[in-house]
Ligand binder design. Structure first.
Ligand SMILES: [Zn+2]
Length: 305
């Protein structure tokens, strides 16, 4: 082997090495997203219940309050967040005959139609069976935002399965829109199976994450199986509460004013038997309030379990 051949070989080996390194990095990334989330206890957002404009109040095929599972969607719209899509869907559902139960992004989980009733997110059969949640896209390459957004989607799905006392069975009680298309052939959408791979992620990994939250919430009431947040100071212990108002459909919310008094929030409440993350409590006149959003608090008399 002469010098020239040797340098060619070493060039080839170097190139091969770099290629291996690149493919390795991608593999590591793909395998470690759920590990990263669990190791860092990436916290889900509180589920916000903001009834939207969808005026259809039909039960599922098994009846009102009897969904059979959750469909995982992604919006296929780059850089469009949950607030934007909630506003848009509240305007266009009549013209476009489309609506879903919830949108999630890296910041929020916004539930816009009572999950006791159907929406129009997939084909007729899937609509008659499933709760449907859309994942909003985050800027490409921003893994911090991506992990937060999938935590929110997985947490929402797990919470809904538990709310309706459903088992967590991937492919049966949790389906991708793509899986519903293949099974019932009533739509041709393949989401989230084109978006997830751009992050080295997959529906199987989403199912793993949903199962992780489902089991922890079921067994301990906490998404990560403990009330520690992963913050070393341990100050803002986060917990999950379940709400129920025996005299109505929603547990009312209040906002704290600057002077320490509270004002009722009239345009939203928390559905009965729904799960909410809370991070603080505050007392006023012998009543303990639990915080579920920046300035939204629920009286402990509406918390059960
Ligand atoms: Zn879809």
């Amino acid at each position: 082997m002469n010098k020239r051949k040797l340098s060619l070989v070493s060039m080839l080996l170097t190139t091969l090495g770099i290629l291996l390194l690149i493919s390795n990095t991608n593999t590591v990334k793909a395998e470690s997203i759920n590990d990263y989330i669990i190791n860092n206890k990436v916290q889900p957002a509180a589920i916000q219940n903001r009834e939207g404009t969808f005026g259809v109040w039909s039960g599922y095929e098994n009846g009102v309050g009897k969904p059979e599972g959750v469909v995982i969607h992604e919006t296929a719209m780059d850089n469009t967040d949950a607030e934007t899509l909630v506003a848009s869907f509240n305007n266009i559902w009549k013209q476009q005959s489309v609506y879903v139960h919830a949108f999630v992004d890296d910041k929020e989980i916004i539930n816009i139609h009572n999950t006791d009733y159907i929406v129009w997110g997939a084909g007729a059969t899937a609509n008659s069976k499933f709760i449907q949640v859309e994942l909003c896209r985050v800027p490409s390459g921003d893994y911090d935002k991506f992990t937060k957004s999938i935590v929110n989607q997985a947490y929402y799905a797990a919470s809904k399965l538990l709310q309706y006392n459903l088992p967590d069975t991937p492919g049966v009680t949790v389906m991708s829109h793509h899986q519903t298309s293949l099974k019932w052939k009533q739509t041709d959408h393949v989401d989230p199976d084109t978006y997830f791979p751009t992050w080295g992620y997959s529906m199987d990994q989403m199912n793993d994450l949903i199962s992780y939250f489902y089991n922890n919430l079921k067994n301990t009431g906490y998404a990560y199986g403990t009330n520690e947040t992963g913050n070393s100071n341990g100050v803002d212990d986060k917990a999950v509460i379940k709400t129920k108002n025996t005299n109505g459909n929603f547990a009312p919310l209040v906002a704290f004013n600057d002077d320490g008094s509270v004002t009722n929030i009239n345009n939203r409440g928390l559905g009965n038997d729904t799960f909410w993350q809370t991070d603080q409590t505050r007392d006023l006149n012998g009543v303990t309030y639990h915080r579920v959003a920046t300035n939204e608090w629920v009286d402990s008399q509406y918390i059960v379990g």
